[in-house]
Design a protein around this ligand. Structure first.
Ligand code: PAF
Length: 276
């Protein structure tokens, strides 16, 4: 696996990957890789793609009180993992390459980006959309892989790609979970042993609420909120939404149950499909 850090080298390396005729897949990440990220690489390889992973901790998607400074950074371990799992090229731009002096352009999104995490983290999805649009323009992938754990992010990227006529297929990849059900996340590293033990209440609350929704119980979301509170979480939201627009559910259309909650200083998100 080749690692490149400047635009010229990236363009040459991607051109080299394209020579064989296979599609090029981008796996955008902020590093601190876990099995969820490696599942994105595996899904790209399953489609016969040459795989470009990017690692860039994007300051534009962190709020002033968020965890940019302490976000885990382990580039050497990440590069070794990616190489071991069949990644062809690692794109590791620095902040100056991504946001050079005088940088003044950004994507401003509405609708799907506004509620849920968008309400709890103002500006977050504009920062995500801007950096992902830049990564798409830099790598020019045929497809791009995103985990369904960040379900709203996936919806935002799909919307952006459609709205801006970006010629890239957006592929959502199923959530990877620990044996007890906790969704894998780079932020799980922040949890103390006690918090990690209690964090399993999040997927359990969602699964119990899923069953309650399918059984027609009107108190399903309140039950989930109570389960989270009992485990010591401070809940941002538990919401049942239309799986495509993330607005109010529409009868006959796929639904998704999403939650975000804080345990100690760590904010966790998770979601689950509601299949009728
Ligand atoms: O999901 C992430 O790791 C980030 O939000 C992404 C898509 C790499 C953009 O910085």
């Amino acid at each position: 696996m080749q690692t490149v850090r400047v635009m010229g080298a990236l363009r040459n390396a991607v051109a080299g990957l394209r020579d064989g005729g296979a599609p090029v897949a981008l796996v955008p990440t902020m590093g601190a890789l876990h099995a969820g990220h490696l599942a994105l690489v595996a899904a790209a390889l399953e489609r016969g793609a040459r795989v470009v992973a990017s690692i860039f901790v994007n300051p534009a998607q962190f709020g002033p009180d968020e965890d940019l400074a302490r976000y885990p950074r382990r580039p050497a371990e990440d590069a070794a993992l990616l190489a071991d799992h069949g990644c062809d090229l690692l794109w590791m731009p620095d902040a100056e390459t991504m946001y050079p002096a005088g940088f003044a352009t950004g994507i401003s999104m509405h609708g799907v980006s506004e509620g849920l995490d968008g309400a709890a983290r103002p500006g977050h999805f504009d920062g995500v959309a801007t950096v992902v649009a830049k990564l798409f323009n830099q790598v020019r992938p045929d497809l791009a892989m995103f985990g369904e754990k960040d379900f709203q992010q996936l919806a935002v990227i799909r919307r952006m790609a459609a709205d801006l006529d970006l010629a890239v297929e957006i592929v959502g990849v199923a959530i990877r979970r620990d044996a007890d059900g906790l969704a894998l996340s780079s932020r799980n590293a922040y949890l103390s042993t006690d918090e990690r033990a209690r964090a399993v209440a999040l997927p359990r609350a969602l699964e119990a609420a899923r069953r309650a929704i399918l059984a027609g119980r009107a108190d399903a979301l309140d039950m989930a909120r109570a389960t989270l509170a009992a485990a010591g979480f401070a809940t941002d939201y538990v919401a049942l939404v239309d799986a495509a627009s993330l607005a109010e559910p529409i009868p006959g259309r796929p639904r998704r149950l999403l939650a975000a909650a804080r345990i100690g200083t760590t904010r966790l998100i998770d979601n689950i499909a509601i299949e009728d």
